[in-house]
Design a protein around this ligand. Structure first.
Ligand code: NA7
Length: 535
């Protein structure tokens, strides 16, 4: 029977971002019956929701794009070196139309519950419209920074002005002309949106709980010669990326920081600073593991930042002193620090001057009352685990994800969770995706998952479930790799530290894309020894 008439789909893929769309395309191409479910009204995922002005990717456009179809990559023209949100969303729409992917999707369907039927070996998914869908396999391509968190500030509900969330920005845009605007949050989103608001608003007050490092985005249009050169060498560029640490063709130097002369070090840092945040995050091979090397990079960045700011007491507040550089994602900005030289912009350091309450007309801090017409929340996400844990997820033997992950998330290679057969999560905990180029990760992970689905179907396997011991081993391994770095010293969202009550544990695999890919290849090539495959 056709799935529409009641029999389960082979696979349901949740999410219409880069990962979900690719999965739907490949599943359909492989002849599987596939359904896509998406909470948003259209395709785009992250780039559908985060359409705040200034939103821009920190990975070069020619790398942050699909590699699976040579004609696609040869025919699409990226205008800018670092694409802004509208161009990325236009690209995703182009891909969806080119491969006729929207017809597989139901939009406006947020999955709120997913239950596994042990006997029938299928999943039943329920969405917020009350609709139910069944499938043998389910893939959560729901994003790792997709569960927005509104701050829990006293009185926040009483604010009578306009309120916007960078992660749920209205498609029709927002006018800040003549408004007194407050931005809460100084991660990538706050740092990108603030300079644009500052140019239009009567006043802008930035409320900063933690300072972040930001590197200016070296954006410019691609020249025609560069575009031609990239097209001619695209395959090599991708080959280099497939087994690289960050899934881009760029690598750190091979010589450790302290083994270089001071002059060589400065020139390397200057070069990488001019290449943007992703490059500056890996100038030296030991910068994220050796504090002395990290300190050299930090000092270089601090001097760069100080030079942009007129008032050094403001610079004191803007320079992080609570984490080694790079252990929280380095942001990418266009004029963020320079913005503080404007007369209409001020910074509130919440560490010194906490918010006491939000009222109908503004924010009262420990020291003063700031009148506001508009509040912008750039307060981040319940990263990596939030999207899954917000769903009522029941696996086999009545396992609940919230119980399975009560002591911290465990997965095997990020895809498989013991107790949750035939369910896979993409770009999630246990994968290196958030550390790097998400698009190539999405291709690699969906290829892997769909190969396993096809293996099951070809061999009459009804259930595939990650083995508990393998998940413990993988989780221990990723923690061991993280312990060897400075990342565990930061209160970052990688550690779950931005969410009150969330277990503090390093969630991504930081061993690099190439190594991760090798583990995945080995598991597949050996016939999935770390999965329980039952008929
Ligand atoms: P981030 O990087 O998580 O930034 C969120 C910011 O909001 C960060 O500065 C937080 O401070 C701040 N925040 C969160 N809650 C509050 C409250 N209650 N009061 C004041 N300030 C608060 O999210 P983004 O959207 O900017 O970027 C996410 C990723 O997208 C980014 O890393 C890139 O990979 C792309 P905190 O640091 O927690 O003290």
């Amino acid at each position: 029977m056709h799935p529409e008439q009641g029999s389960p789909f082979d696979v349901i893929i949740i999410g219409a971002g880069f990962a979900g769309l690719y999965g739907v395309h490949q599943a359909a191409k492989a002849g599987l019956s596939v359904l896509g479910l998406e909470a948003g009204a259209d395709v785009g995922g992250t780039w559908f929701w985060n359409r705040y002005p200034g939103a821009r990717c920190d990975v070069e456009s020619v790398d942050y794009s699909y590699s699976f179809d040579e004609e696609l990559q040869q025919s699409w023209t990226w205008t800018e070196r670092f694409a802004a949100q509208p161009e990325i969303l236009a690209y995703i729409n182009h891909v969806a139309e080119r491969f006729d992917l929207k017809r597989h999707y139901r939009f406006g369907q947020r999955v709120v519950a997913a239950h596994f039927d042990d006997d029938a070996a299928h999943w039943t998914l329920r969405t917020d419209t009350g609709a139910e869908f069944r499938s043998q396999f389910v893939v959560f391509a729901t994003g790792c920074l997709s569960a927005p968190v509104k701050p829990n500030l006293p009185g926040i509900e009483s604010f009578a002005g306009e309120e916007y969330f960078t992660a749920q920005w209205p498609a029709q845009g927002v006018s800040f002309e003549g408004k007194r605007v407050g931005v809460i949050g100084t991660g990538s989103s706050g740092i990108q949106v603030s300079p644009i608001i500052a140019r239009a608003a009567r006043s802008l007050t930035v409320f900063q709980r933690s300072a972040n490092f930001s590197v200016p985005v070296p954006n410019r249009p691609w020249t025609e010669a560069e575009q031609a050169q990239i097209r001619a060498t695209y395959r090599e560029r991708r080959e280099k990326s497939y087994y690289a640490g960050a899934a881009t063709p760029h690598a750190s130097l091979t010589t450790k920081a302290l083994e270089l002369s001071p002059q060589e070090r400065v020139s390397a840092m200057e070069d990488r600073w001019n290449g943007g945040g992703v490059l500056f995050n890996k100038v030296f091979p030991d910068q994220n593991s050796d504090l002395a090397a990290n300190e050299l990079v930090r000092e270089f960045a601090v001097a760069k930042i100080r030079a942009k700011i007129d008032d050094q007491s403001v610079a004191d507040d803007l320079i992080p002193n609570d984490h080694p550089i790079g252990t929280k994602r380095i942001c990418t900005d266009s004029g963020y620090y320079e913005m503080y030289n404007r007369d209409n912009v001020s910074l509130v350091n919440l560490r010194r001057e906490p918010i006491e309450e939000v009222t109908a007309t503004g924010i009262r801090t420990a020291d003063r009352f700031i009148e506001l017409d508009t509040l912008v929340y750039a307060t981040g996400f319940d990263a990596m685990t939030g999207a899954l844990l917000r769903i009522d997820l029941h696996g086999a033997r009545d396992a609940r994800l919230s119980d399975t992950w009560a002591d911290g998330p465990i997965t095997y290679l990020g895809f498989g969770i013991p107790g949750f057969p035939n369910m896979f999560s993409i770009n999630s905990v246990g994968t290196p995706s958030v550390m790097a180029n998400m698009v190539l990760h999405s291709e690699q992970q969906l290829d892997w998952v769909l190969a396993l689905v096809q293996h099951c179907r070809a061999n009459g396997i009804r259930k595939a479930e990650a083995r508990a011991d393998a998940a413990v081993k993988w989780t221990d391994h990723l923690l061991e790799v993280a312990e060897g770095t400075l990342f565990v010293r930061a209160n970052s969202w990688y550690m779950g530290a931005n969410i009150e009550g969330k277990k503090r544990i390093f969630m991504p695999y930081i061993g690099g894309f190439g190594n991760y890919r090798r583990y995945c290849d080995e598991e597949r090539d050996n016939g999935y020894p770390n999965f329980e495959l039952s008929r």
